[in-house]
Ligand binder design. Sequence first.
Ligand code: HPA
Length: 269
Amino acid sequence: MYDQILETAQFLKSKYTQTPTIGLILGSGLSGIVDLIEDKYEIPFKDIPHFPTSSLEGHKGSLIFGTYGHKTLMVMAGRFHHYEGFTQKQITLPIYVMKTLGIEEVIITNACGGINLDFEPGDIMLIEDFINLMGTNPLIGENDERLGVRFPDMTEPYSVDSRNKMKEIAHNLNIDIKEGVYAGFMGPYYETKAEIKMIKTMGADAVGMSTVPETIAANHAGLSVLGIAVITNMATGIQTKKHDHKHVVKMANEAGIRLTAMLKEYLGM
Ligand code: HPA
């Protein structure tokens, strides 16, 4: 995997010469956030060596380099999921590429279902911790010490400092912000009522099908992580209507406007 990471990083360096310091992963329906980037250089995932290609509705499927203020960013408009058949290593390759390119912090976003009854669709939740229910993780197998340690600590998978900054920004912008634990399921089916009941008891506030592998890899690589979840619907059994991906994308699009405003402030700091 190490050689693939270097090859991909070399390729991207040959296309975009500035050094990015912040990585941003955009979940379903959140691709509109790329509009905040200036002097964009965009490349489809399919043209990047060793990148899998994803073609989900609501996911753009390209990598965008560019700037916002004094910050240089590498943005993934779309991501890879385990349920698409990709291995955990494939899903997390971009994280290690980010690290190799010089990135220090990754902002991981997603669309998810709300479990905490204080939440409602459209809410933005800062992720304070995760529960991995995917039955696997990207660190399985021989460890390459060049990428990270064998037994990474997960005391603070999401930076407390970054969350505090975001809370202050939300307060100043008069945006109601939630905070909670994200449970990662494998998908692609929306969880059963019984599964939601179970993870509610476990302490999950929200549930989704992504973010956890990338968070684990980022911590392994020594990157700081800010996790932001958009509650697009209430989880199975909490809401009475059935789930619909189109509705998820629509809700994420709407919340994306508020999220963009918050990210502008955050990146401007
Ligand atoms: N469950 C899992 N993933 C999701 C959901 C959900 O309810 N909503 C959006 N992504």
